[in-house]
Each structure stands twice: as C-alpha cells, then as structure tokens.
Design a protein around this ligand. Structure first.
Ligand code: PBE
Length: 299
C-alpha cells in the first residue's frame, strides 16, 4: 500500500482505498484479510486475563493443539482485557481476547467466537456452586440457599450490564433482587432465619462472578447472615474452599474450565449444584475481523 501510494500519488491512493473498503477488503486497520496480517498486526498476541483463570490454561492448550507456535497470550485481568477490547473496537483495530459467556461485552460490542474445531475450549459447560466440606453441618440454612441458587444468562446479564454502566455493585444486585422477588423466594423457600452467623464467599474479579456474588451476598444477608465477599485469584479460591478458610463460591466453571482445580482438590470440597447452564469460554474477536476459526491463526 505504501509503495502504491508513492506510485499513484495521494488522489489515486485515496480512490483505491475507497474501492478496497467498498469490497470489504480494506486492511488499513489490519482487520485481517489474511491470516498473515492478523498475526503481524497483533504482534502474535492474544489478550488474556489473570494467569489463574481456566481460560488461560485452555488458551495454552489451543496454542499447542493448533500449532500456533508464534502466538502467545498476554496476562492481565478481566478489567484490562475489556479496556483493551474497547480501545481496539473504537478504532476498528484487530484484537483477539480470551472471552466468555455470559459477559456484558456481547451486549456492548459486535463480537464472535472463533470456531474451535479441535475442542481446546471444551464447548458448553456449567457454572457450579462449591462449598467447604463442613458447610452443611455448620451453616445448614446457607447450605440450602446456595444449593437452591440458579439463574439464567439473562438474569446475570442484567446485573452485569448495570454495573458496567456505572451502577454500584450492591445497588445493581439489589435492583435485580427487587425485580425478581419470586425467583429469590425459590432459593430461600422454607429456610429459617439466622442471627448474624458469619459466612465468607470467595470469588474472582471476573464480571460474571462479581454479579453473582453480589446478588448472593444480599440474599444471605436478608435471611440474617453476616456476609463477607473475599476477592482472590482462582488458585487461592479453590485452596481456600479446600482448606475451609472460605465457606463457598459460585464461581466453579465445570467440567472443563476449572478441571485442573477440581481434580487437584478432589474430595476436599462439596459440589452444591449447577447455578447456570450453557456457559462457554473461547477466543473472541470483533465481527469486523475477517477470521472465523482458530485455525485461521495458523501461518
Ligand atoms: N472466566 C470467567 C473464568 C471462569 C469465569 C471464564 C474468566 C476462567 O477462565 O477461569
């Protein structure tokens, strides 16, 4: 392009650019008209999140499975990932993120999952609730509520989007509870009130988990618990449940994403059930990028 610009002069180059854009083939933003340009324009970097997240392990697996030798995944957090996504998206630049559903990013941006024909990311799974092994005996009412807890992607989405739009976490959670009293009543149905028993819920600062744990905190407070939310990384979360220093978490993505943790702590935690069906992780890109499959990242 640079060479052509010099050759044709500005006017011709501008016309050519318009023509290419009209063909949907304009790669000035490096949106990837070939796999080569995607890799080069991104310096072979996939935008990752916190190193303990299961999706980071799955991405290492994908790099291996698809032979993406040149590629690496950067580390950061859920927040740095969404900031990078917004910046790239606003400039219509290429970006590949480690993404998951449910997440508000799909409501705010036009995004797509890259196909994963080798199944490195495992397909649809569930979010499950886990607890320390002694919870049923020590805090039976909380154990019951946590076991009953389940909601939909749309429910979680309402809380997540409200928080993303600037609402305080507790306020977004309370508003959802107020608007969904019947659903909440199912979780607390037949459960006796308690008076100030302490309970500690562990979570990671992923937007999906910020939403669920803030809702559960208010639900447990409503029946009389003194609730602490402890924000940790994924590894410390699983070991805290296993050693009993945290009581429960709503953040176990299984059977694939957190398999390594579930295997490592096998027998040292209790599974209280599924709190959401049909969740998913994978590599996510803006719709405007020309690639559709992880295989397209191969050289
Ligand atoms: N996530 C969100 C987590 C589970 C929930 C997909 C970032 C992970 O990869 O471990």
């Amino acid at each position: 392009m640079d060479f052509k610009k010099k050759l044709f002069g500005f006017g011709a180059a501008a016309l050519l650019a318009v023509g290419l854009a009209a063909c949907g083939n304009d790669d000035k933003a490096g949106t990837g008209s070939s796999s080569d340009s995607v890799g080069e324009s991104l310096d072979y970097k996939i935008t990752g999140i916190d190193p303990g997240a299961g999706i980071m392990e799955a991405t290492d697996r994908a790099i291996e499975d698809y032979g993406l030798d040149k590629w690496e995944v950067t580390t950061g957090s859920g927040a740095t990932m969404t900031a990078a996504l917004k910046k790239a998206y606003d400039a219509e630049k290429p970006i590949i993120i480690t993404g998951w559903t449910p997440h508000w990013k799909f409501a705010k941006f036009d995004l797509k999952y890259l196909d994963d024909p080798k199944g490195s990311y495992g397909g649809e799974e569930q979010i499950r609730t886990i607890a320390r092994t002694g919870l049923a005996a020590d805090l039976p009412e909380a154990h019951q509520i946590l076991s009953n807890f389940n909601w939909s992607e749309a429910d979680m989405g309402e809380v997540m989007v409200a928080i993303q739009e600037g609402e305080k976490e507790e306020v977004a959670a309370q508003n959802w509870i107020d608007a969904n009293a019947e659903k909440v009543a199912e979780w607390t149905d037949g459960v006796d009130k308690v008076s100030g028993d302490k309970i500690n819920l562990a979570y990671v600062a992923w937007d999906s988990e910020i939403a669920s744990h803030n809702v559960m905190k208010l639900v447990l407070e409503e029946v009389g618990y003194d609730v602490t939310l402890t924000q940790v990384e994924a590894g410390p979360l699983w070991s805290a449940i296993a050693d009993g220093s945290a009581d429960a978490s709503l953040a176990a993505w299984l059977p694939v994403t957190h398999k390594t943790y579930a295997d490592k702590f096998d027998g040292q935690f209790e599974e209280l059930g599924i709190n959401m069906e049909g969740v998913k992780i994978g590599l996510v890109v803006p719709e405007y990028m020309d690639i559709d499959s992880i295989e397209d990242l191969k050289e």
